[in-house]
Design a protein around this ligand. Structure first.
Ligand code: XMP
Length: 506
């Protein structure tokens, strides 16, 4: 296995994605994980990520376990990671004369890690500090105009350092370089395939629950649906998938989910909409809404689990949720919003959590879904947040608003499907705004709701770009919405990416 030690880079996840795209399993660890833990996990290769630290200011808190450098692992250091290597082996790191940021021309030497890379190639740089004195036993294998030591290699070929970011797509030969490192330098083989992903998830379930009973929080999204089917394949009638209607589902969602999964899992439908909507009455704060929904969900599941005799609760938590909700540095740094399947769980809970996807990215779950035979329309479904329409009705929620949003959303999605655009977008949805605007229809003044449409492209929801929906399609959607939903007289389109916005509005 490959371990990525995270020094706090914004690109750490990207490194993980790139390694897995090359069909090699990897996990992200805090930068100071003990080498013995990595050995136990059968780690042979370590990648040190970049990060915001400064070696020059000798921030000792960013020093990894020195044992990793004693020859048991092959190592690649990226950006700050390369500086960590240089410093450990006695090199010098100093603030550079200029800051290298963005696309930069890199001149590699002849080396196995640069096989099939031209003599000059564009790479992505993002650093101020740089290695200014090579450590003994190392050689320089690449430079740029402003950085004489832009790539280094230990003479015995076990450790490499790159000042640039091969994981970023702007580095033209980034994938080739990572491939060379993993396959040629480290001689790893590929074993991260859909069937090994299925095995890993099933083993995780088996080892956790033994012969116990488990319930699953089923939302009808691809993650929880895949999980429900896996649980059923592993635990049979000892598993129960509970599909809770919190009153904040999309139009026809209950029927669609029941039809799609009813025959594949042991399912129970619970209509708890009264309870949820009563608790949400008068609540406008987004985090409060999430908290209430998260807690109410758990209460419902606890009751169902008790009835069923289960000790375990399965959730389709994904790797990005884990990384976004829990900082690797252990602190609550930059918590953006509490995704209810991670951060919103009550501290005291009677059920033990089973989360077999907590190391997987969404595209990997989709691969599992395909491998275990989920219908393709379910696999392609856009993600839908646990708190449902509650985070798409800005401000206070009531039944009338839910009904309006359901209708608007259904029209929007219907038109995207007709235009053959639905599957090409990561997510598309409507948001009901807490404002009314003046309009005119049939010579009459109107004073009605405004809805915003959002569509984004993304690979893993960590970053997202607003989707360029053709104007003709937007025009049709807008006109259908104001014609068919009487309480809406204005439609706007959200043209903000993530960052600085998030995908959902709350
Ligand atoms: P944001 O809004 O944080 O969303 O950019 C990133 C992705 O996560 C989904 N999302 C959630 N999913 N529970 C979930 O299961 C949640 O509480 C939640 N909040 C956001 C969102 O739809 C997007 O795909």
């Amino acid at each position: 296995m490959v371990a990525i030690l995270d020094f706090g880079s914004q690109y750490t996840q990207l490194i993980a994605r790139r390694v897995r795209e090359l069909k090699i399993y990897c996990e992200i660890y805090p930068y100071n994980v003990p080498a013995s833990n990595l050995k136990e996990k059968n780690v042979r290769v370590i990648i040190l990520s970049g990060g915001p630290g400064h070696i020059t200011e000798s921030e000792l808190s960013f020093v990894p376990d020195n044992e990793i450098f004693r020859g048991q692992f092959k190592i690649l250091g990226i950006c700050f990671g390369m500086q960590v290597i240089a410093k450990f082996f006695g090199g010098k790191v100093e603030r550079g004369k200029v800051r290298e940021y963005g696309k930069t021309v890199f001149y590699p030497e002849k080396d196995i890690i640069f096989e099939d890379v031209p003599q000059s190639t564009v790479v992505w740089m993002s650093h101020y500090d740089q290695v200014t004195r090579l450590p003994d036993g190392f050689k320089i294998i690449g430079r740029t105009e402003n950085c004489d030591i832009a790539a280094i290699k230990k003479n015995d070929g076990t450790i490499y350092g790159l000042q640039f970011h091969p994981e970023v797509l702007h580095t033209e030969k980034g994938k080739t370089i990572l491939k060379n490192f993993l396959f040629k330098v480290c001689a790893l083989g590929t074993d991260w395939t859909p069937s090994s992903m299925v095995d890993m998830a099933k083993n995780e379930i088996k080892s956790k629950i033994n012969n116990g009973k488990i319930i699953c929080a089923l939302s009808g999204g691809v993650d929880s649906s895949t999980l429900a089917v896996l649980l059923h394949q592993v635990a049979g009638d000892n598993s129960l998938s509970v599909f809770v209607n919190h009153g904040l589902l999309r139009k026809n969602e209950e029927v669609e989910v029941k039809n799609a999964l009813g025959s594949m899992v042991n399912m129970k439908y619970v209509d708890a909409s009264e309870i949820f909507l009563n608790k949400l009455k008068g609540v406008a704060d987004p985090e409060m809404k999430r908290k209430i929904i998260g807690e109410t969900f758990i209460k419902v599941f606890e009751k169902e689990a008790k009835e069923f005799g289960a000790d375990f609760l399965a959730q389709g938590t994904l790797y990005p949720d884990v990384i976004e909700s829990v900082s690797v540095f252990g602190g609550p740094t930059s918590r953006i919003k509490t995704h209810h399947n991670v951060g919103g769980l009550p501290e005291k809970m009677n059920l033990k959590l089973v989360e077999p996807f907590r190391y997987l990215f969404k595209d990997e779950v989709r691969k599992i879904a395909k491998a275990i035979g989920l219908p393709s329309n379910l696999i392609q479904r856009h993600p839908f947040p646990g708190p449902g329409l509650a985070v798409r009705i800005i401000g206070e929620i009531d039944r009338e608003k839910i009904e309006i949003l359901r209708e608007v959303d259904a029209i929007y999605i219907d038109e995207l499907r007709k235009a053959n655009l639905y599957n090409k977008r990561w997510q598309a949805f409507a948001v009901l705004l807490p404002v009314r605007s003046v309009g005119v229809m049939g010579d009459q003044r109107t004073y009605q709701y405004v809805v915003a449409l959002r569509a984004v492209t993304s690979v893993d929801a960590m970053t997202a770009d607003w989707a360029r929906i053709p104007l003709k399609v937007l025009e049709k959607i807008s006109s259908r919405i104001v014609n068919e939903v009487k309480t809406v007289n204005r439609v706007v389109y959200d043209i903000t990416s993530k960052p600085p916005a998030t995908i959902e509005w709350e």
